[in-house]
Design a protein around this ligand. Structure first.
Ligand code: ASP
Length: 586
C-alpha cells in the first residue's frame, strides 16, 4: 500500500497512530534542528517533521526535497505545539521515521497555492499544475457534485439520459458550425453540434417523453466575453407539456441545486418578467435583479424647453442612484467617460442631484427650471440625497447603454453581492429578430420555437411583433438557460422556415429529416438547456467559466497546453482531399 491515510484526514484523535502518507511537497522549511515539510494531496495538507537529533540521516534527506517532489512518508501522528486553526489537519503533525522519494520534480513555473504568482498564460500552459491548486480543484469537485445531483434529480423525475451524435450535419443558424472533413466521403463535411436540438426533438417523436443529457456543444463564435468554443449544456426535453410544466420542472431543478450546494431555500416561486418589461425597465433580457434601480422614462417631461439633445431623442431614460448626490465632479466625469467608452457608445451623460439641503443641481439646469427638474425627480421617486442619471437617444440603443450604467452603479454602490442570488424567468420573447444588415428576420431562439398561439394570425401581417413560447432562466444578470415549446406540426414548421427566408429546397436539404419525422405523429413537446459551466461558476462565486473547466481554451480559441489548433501533415490533407489556401498569416 502506498498510503494508509490521505493528507486531509488526520485529526488529534489519531495521535499516537503510525501512518503512511503519499503526496507532493508543498513547501519545506528548516528551523533549528527540525525540517518541516507540508505534504499535499487531493484531500488536504499535512505537516511532516524531520528531527535532526533523533534521525540525522533522514533529516538530511528531507533537506534536499524540492517543491512538488512526490514523496511517501511513514511516521507517528503527534499533537502539534503550535496549532494552525486554518488547516483541518492543523492540530497534528507526523514525526517522520521513513521517507521515500517516489519522483522528483523540476521547479514548477509558478507557486502551486491559491494565491499563485502565475499569470493566466503560464497557468494555462501548465494547466495540469494549475489543477493542483486547491481553489481550482474545489471548482471541479463542485462541478462533479452538481452533475451528480442534477442526474439524481432528473432520474427521480423519470428523465433518461440519451447520448446523441457528435458528428452531425451542418445547418448553421445563429452561430458558425465547427466542421470536420469526412475521409470516406471526400468533399463532404460533418458539423459538431451547436446543441442536440433536433435530436432531442426526434427522441420525442420516438416516444422518450423525458430526455436529458449533460452534453458538450460547439459554437465557432468570436470569443468575446466569457465564452468557450466547446461548452457543456444540461439539455432537456419533455413531451405532452405546456410552458408552465417546463417552468415548474426546471425551477424545481434549480432550487434543488441551490439547496444542495448552497443550502439556500427559495421558498417562493421565481418571479416572471416579460421580455418587453425586461427591456423597458432594465434594458436587458437578462436583468440583474439583485437590486432595483429600474429605468424611468421621462421623455414627455423634457420636451419643448429648447434643449435639442432631449427634444430630438426618441427616448429619454433615467435611473435613480439612492444616496449618491454626494458624487463629486470627478466621479461624475468618470461615469461620463464610462458611458462614452466605444463598447457602450453614449454621447454624454446628464445628471440631477437632490442635495441634502433640499436644493437641486443639474448638468442641464441651463435648460430646465428647478420646478421642472423636480417633476423628473418626482417621477424617479428620488428624494434628498439621491442622484438621477439620464441618457437619451434611439430607444433600444439607449436602453442598452442605460443597462450598462445601471450595472456600473450597482457595482459601485455594492448592490451586486456575489453571495446573494436573484433568479427569475424572462418569458414572452419575440419570435423573430430583424437584422438590418442582411434585411431579414432571424429566429430569436431557434427556428423550432413555437409562436405564442395568440399571435399566430400575426405571422404574416406583423411578423416582428409575434411572441414566442420561449423562456430564459436568469440568475444575477446571467442567462443560466433557455428553451421553448416547439413547433410539432410540419406545416407550421414549414411556414417558420419560409418566414426565415429559407426556400422549400433549403429547408428540405437542411431539416428534411425533422419535417419527415413530424409526419409520423410528433407529440407536443418543449424543453430547455442550461449552461452547465455557467451554473457551476455562479455557485462557485466566479465571474468566469474558465476555472470550472478542467482544460479550457484561451480568448483566441487556443489550447496553449497541447498547442491546438495546429497544422496537419500533407498526407492527412491528401487523404481528406483538402488543400490549404494562403492566409494573411502567410
Ligand atoms: N437548444 C437550445 C439552445 O442551445 C436550448 C433549447 O431550446 O432547448 O439554446
Amino acid at each position: 500500500m502506498y498510503r494508509t491515510k490521505t493528507c486531509g484526514e488526520l485529526r488529534l484523535s489519531d495521535a499516537g497512530s503510525i501512518v503512511t502518507l503519499a503526496g507532493w511537497v508543498q513547501r519545506s522549511r528548516k528551523m533549528g534542528g527540525m525540517t518541516f515539510v507540508d505534504m499535499r494531496d487531493r484531500y488536504g495538507v499535512t505537516q511532516v517533521v524531520f528531527n535532526n537529533e533523533s534521525n540525522a540521516a533522514l533529516c538530511e534527506q528531507a533537506n534536499h526535497l524540492g517543491r512538488e517532489y512526490v514523496i511517501q512518508v511513514t511516521g507517528e501522528v503527534a499533537e502539534r505545539s503550535s496549532k494552525n486553526a486554518n488547516l483541518p489537519t492543523g492540530e497534528i503533525e507526523i514525526i517522520a521515521t521513513e521517507l521515500n522519494i517516489l519522483n522528483k520534480s523540476d521547479v514548477p513555473p509558478f507557486t502551486i497555492e491559491d494565491d499563485t504568482d502565475g499569470g493566466d498564460d503560464i497557468r494555462m500552459k501548465y494547466r495540469y499544475l494549475d489543477l493542483r491548486r486547491p481553489a481550482i480543484r474545489r471548482n471541479l469537485e463542485l462541478r462533479h457534485k452538481m452533475a451528480f445531483e442534477i442526474r439524481r434529480y432528473l432520474d427521480d423525475k423519470g428523465f433518461i439520459e440519451v447520448e446523441t451524435p457528435v458528428l452531425i450535419k451542418s445547418t448553421p443558424e445563429g452561430a458558425r458550425d465547427f466542421v470536420v472533413p469526412s475521409r470516406m466521403n471526400p468533399g463532404e463535411f460533418y458539423a459538431l453540434p451547436q446543441s442536440p436540438q433536433t435530436f432531442k426533438q426526434l427522441l420525442m417523436v420516438s416516444g422518450f417523453d423525458r430526455y436529458f443529457q449533460i452534453v458538450k456543444c460547439f459554437r465557432d463564435e468570436d470569443l468575446r466575453a466569457d465564452r468557450q468554443p466547446e461548452f457543456t449544456q444540461i439539455d432537456c426535453e419533455m413531451s405532452f407539456v405546456q410552458q408552465e410544466d417546463v417552468l415548474q420542472m426546471f425551477e424545481g431543478l434549480v432550487k434543488h441545486i441551490f439547496k444542495y450546494v448552497k443550502d439556500i431555500d427559495f421558498t417562493e416561486p421565481f418571479p416572471r418578467m416579460t421580455w418587453a418589461d425586461a427591456m423597458k425597465y432594465y434594458g436587458s433580457d437578462k436583468p440583474d435583479t439583485r437590486f432595483e434601480m429600474k429605468f424611468v422614462e421621462i421623455k414627455d417631461l423634457t420636451v419643448g424647453k429648447g434643449f435639442a439633445v432631449l427634444d430630438d431623442a426618441p427616448y429619454v431614460g433615467a435611473i435613480c442612484a439612492k444616496g449618491c448626490a454626494n458624487y463629486t465632479r470627478k466621479q461624475l466625469d468618470q461615469l461620463t467617460d464610462f458611458v462614452k467608452r466605444p463598447q457602450i457608445g453614449a454621447k454624454g451623460l446628464m445628471w440631477v442631484k437632490l442635495e441634502e439641503d433640499g436644493s437641486i443641481k443639474s448638468s442641464v439646469s441651463k435648460f430646465y427650471t428647478e420646478e421642472e427638474l423636480r417633476t423628473w425627480a418626482y417621477r424617479c421617486e428620488a428624494t434628498k440625497g439621491d442622484l438621477i442619471l439620464i441618457l437619451a437617444g434611439e430607444t433600444m440603443k439607449t436602453r442598452k447603454q442605460l443597462c450598462e450604467l445601471r450595472l456600473e452603479m450597482g457595482s459601485r454602490m455594492g448592490l451586486r453581492d456575489p453571495q446573494k442570488f436573484s433568479c427569475l424567468w424572462v418569458i414572452d420573447f419575440p419570435l423573430f429578430e430583424w437584422d438590418d444588415e442582411t434585411q431579414r428576420y432571424y429566429a430569436m431562439h431557434h427556428p423550432f420555437t413555437s409562436p405564442n398561439p395568440d399571435d399566430i394570425d400575426k405571422l404574416d401581417s406583423a411578423t416582428g411583433d409575434v411572441r414566442a413560447t420561449a423562456y430564459d432562466m436568469v440568475v444575477n444578470g446571467n442567462e443560466l438557460g433557455g428553451g421553448s415549446i416547439r413547433i410539432h406540426d410540419a406545416e407550421l414548421q414549414n411556414k417558420m422556415f419560409s418566414l426565415l427566408g429559407l426556400t422549400q429546397e433549403d429547408a428540405q436539404y437542411k431539416f428534411g429529416f425533422l419535417m419527415n419525422a413530424f409526419k409520423y405523429g410528433a407529440p407536443p413537446h418543449g424543453g430547455l438547456a442550461f449552461g452547465f459551466d455557467r451554473f457551476v461558476s455562479i455557485l462557485a462565486g466566479l465571474d468566469s467559466i474558465r476555472d470550472v473547466i478542467a482544460f479550457p481554451k484561451n480568448n483566441s480559441g487556443r489550447d496553449v497546453m497541447i498547442d491546438a489548433p495546429s497544422t496537419i501533415d500533407q498526407s492527412q490533407l491528401d487523404e481528406l482531399a483538402l488543400a490549404i489556401l494562403p492566409t494573411n498569416k502567410d
